[in-house]
Design a binder for this molecule. Structure first.
Ligand SMILES: NC(=O)c1ccc[n+]([C@@H]2O[C@H](COP(=O)([O-])OP(=O)(O)OC[C@H]3O[C@@H](n4cnc5c(N)ncnc54)[C@H](OP(=O)(O)O)[C@@H]3O)[C@@H](O)[C@H]2O)c1
Length: 237
């Protein structure tokens, strides 16, 4: 039903999803295609997986490989990609959940480098490529709003990303800038499963249960500077 309602709301819009080769980003790609979008999936290895990604999305798509933490790779790829209507960023850093005192400092810094500075740099470099009628949808995560033991690194990265979103909504207007804040999303891991059982939803989310929030934020012309939280009630416990 929702799928039917979404038909054509992104008709012929060029949408770049950085981090679109798996998980939430791939689910956004599928739904945005269903909504009529022309999809470009990018990640460090997306071009190498082109055929698999076309099969997974079920539509013709473009793919590009670049590391969004690399200034040169990002600039070169954006030049090849050209103009877009919407930029979605769902790249995920590697971080092992751990208590603050046991967190590997180098890994924590690298995670910040990927998720915070990666989004920052990509958005800066994408200016001039994004339509003035278009939008940017960033990704944070519930750990930015609610404090869970073992998730200090993501808490810091996500809360900094939330502030960046609101700042950019002011400075980049009329381009709209919004954010999706997922709770815990499949695939399951023991660390998150334990928490999710206590949520009102009683479970972690499927990527597609989060993905339609991105489509909504791209399509709704009056949303900017907001965060859509899809967390199964995680904040309430
Ligand atoms: N899964 C969850 O439970 C959860 C919860 C809260 C928030 N989130 C957030 O939601 C977003 C998506 O998470 P996910 O679990 O769906 O991720 P995922 O399945 O692990 O996918 C991550 C994507 O990011 C790409 N990527 C990683 N580093 C990159 C880089 N430096 N440059 C370009 N692409 C890069 C990966 O492809 P390559 O390996 O080819 O680069 C892949 O396409 C992330 O921001 C994550 O922090 C997730």
């Amino acid at each position: 039903m929702l799928e039917k309602a979404m038909n054509n709301i992104l008709q012929n819009k060029r949408i770049l999803i950085v981090g679109g080769s798996s998980g939430i980003g791939l689910a956004v790609a599928k739904q945005a295609c269903t909504a009529g979008g022309k999809l470009i999936i990018a990640s460090r290895n997306a071009a190498e997986k082109h055929n698999d990604l076309v099969a997974a999305v079920g539509h013709d798509i473009e793919t590009y490989s670049f590391d969004m933490t690399s200034e040169n790779e990002t600039a070169t790829a954006l030049k090849k990609i050209g103009n877009i209507d919407h930029l979605v960023i769902t790249a995920r850093p590697e971080i092992t959940p751990a208590l603050f005192v046991e967190t590997d400092f180098k890994q924590a810094k690298q995670a910040f480098e990927t998720k915070f500075w990666g989004q920052y740099q990509l958005i800066q470099k994408a200016q001039g490529h994004i339509s003035q009628h278009g939008s940017i949808v960033m990704t944070t995560g519930i750990a930015g709003e609610k404090i869970f033991k073992n998730f200090s690194t993501m808490a810091i990265i996500n809360s900094a990303t939330e502030v960046l979103c609101r700042q950019l909504a002011m400075e980049l207007a009329p381009i709209r800038v919004n954010i999706v804040s997922p709770g815990f999303v499949a695939p399951k891991s023991q660390a998150v499963e334990k928490y999710a059982q206590q949520f009102p939803s009683g479970k972690i989310a499927l990527p597609e249960e989060v993905a339609d929030a991105y489509v909504y934020l791209m399509a709704n012309p009056y949303t900017t500077g907001i965060s859509v939280v899809i967390d199964g009630g995680a904040r309430l416990i």
